[in-house]
Design a protein around this ligand. Structure first.
Ligand SMILES: Nc1nc2c(c(=O)[nH]1)N[C@@H](CN(C=O)c1ccc(C(=O)N[C@@H](CCC(=O)O)C(=O)O)cc1)CN2
Length: 287
């Protein structure tokens, strides 16, 4: 059964009268039907954000470059940062993992079940633990260990892989290495990490043990874009789970894994569906 082609417009610009009217008039003039539309004005920054999913009335594919040419004068008039994309073109995703596989298993299950609109092009790791599971999923496994003092060389191989595989998004699915400022800059706005705490609490490598020592009654997980400042990147999604005094640190680890998987999967899906827009050090999520 052929599905109607769908396209996405995302934009941000200084807020002023007539943005929505002008954008939707152009789409209507081109016989394009709006399927879903979200907009938000940030009073503090005076910036306006918009996401429009649209489809051709004719149900026939459109010439996206022609639409871009028609839209460009509008974008210049409103000083927009904008992008059109064909929803059928799936973003190419590279997953990164260390020893804990729960987020990797979950993402690959959702992908194989058709619940994640991406093309997973491989898995990279500084350990060999997840090779068999990855290759069982018919995906290439790139084992890039970090020899003492060789972090820069290992990161250079990661950057080369990202270019070779034409990767649109790197997902740190419990990749337990701190990325250098150079790698963060190379992956700017296209690298999502799952941190196993309800940020800003308990940054660093062992948040569940920190949480247990603090005696918290709620634990959680946070998906965020990766920046040089550890666990400080713009937050995309968070969730929590109540816990009691009776839980050991290891039990918190087990309870938290469920939350990590759900939070990371939502953040990745929203990112690849163009539902996440950066607003300074924060995000706007049109879910
Ligand atoms: N530049 C960034 N790199 C990474 C981030 C980030 O936000 N910015 N997030 C981490 C993931 N993470 C927590 O979510 C995390 C990973 C690793 C560590 C850490 O201290 N690692 C040690 C080595 C630990 C080991 O070998 O097991 C280290 O790198 O020296 C803290 C937090 C991913 N990277």
């Amino acid at each position: 059964m052929t599905t109607t082609p769908q396209y996405l417009l995302t934009l941000r610009c200084p807020d002023r009268k007539g943005i929505v009217a002008t954008v939707t008039t152009l789409l209507a003039d081109q016989d394009l039907l709006i399927v879903e539309s979200h907009q938000f004005e940030d009073h503090n920054s005076g910036m306006f954000f918009m996401r429009v999913l649209f489809a051709p009335e004719s149900c026939a594919p459109i010439d996206l470059d022609r639409l871009r040419d028609l839209f460009r004068p509008i974008a210049e008039r409103f000083d927009m940062d904008w992008a059109f994309r064909d929803v059928a073109v799936k973003p190419r995703v590279l997953l990164a993992v260390s020893r804990f596989g729960h987020c990797l298993y979950d993402l690959l299950h959702r992908w194989r079940s058709g619940h994640l609109p991406v093309e997973i092009v491989g898995v990279v790791s500084n350990h060999d633990d997840m090779r068999s599971f990855t290759e069982w999923n018919n995906l290439p496994y790139h084992h890039l260990p970090i020899a003492k003092g060789e972090k820069a060389a290992q990161e250079a191989r990661i950057m080369a892989l990202v270019d070779e595989l034409d990767v649109d998004l790197v997902v740190l699915a419990r990749y337990m290495q701190i990325l250098s400022p150079e790698l963060c800059a190379f992956l700017d706005k296209r690298c999502i990490n799952i941190h196993h705490s309800f940020l800003p609490s308990f940054k660093g490598a062992k948040p569940y043990h920190q949480a247990h020592a603090r005696g918290v009654k709620v634990i959680g997980a946070t998906a965020h874009y990766v920046t040089t400042d550890l666990d400080e990147g713009p937050i995309i999604e968070q969730d929590t789970k109540r816990v009691t005094h009776s839980r050991s640190a290891d039990e918190l680890v087990a309870i938290g894994q469920e939350v990590e998987c759900a939070v990371l999967a939502r953040a990745v899906r929203w990112h690849v569906e163009g539902r996440v827009m950066l607003n300074g050090d924060r995000t706007i999520v049109f879910d």
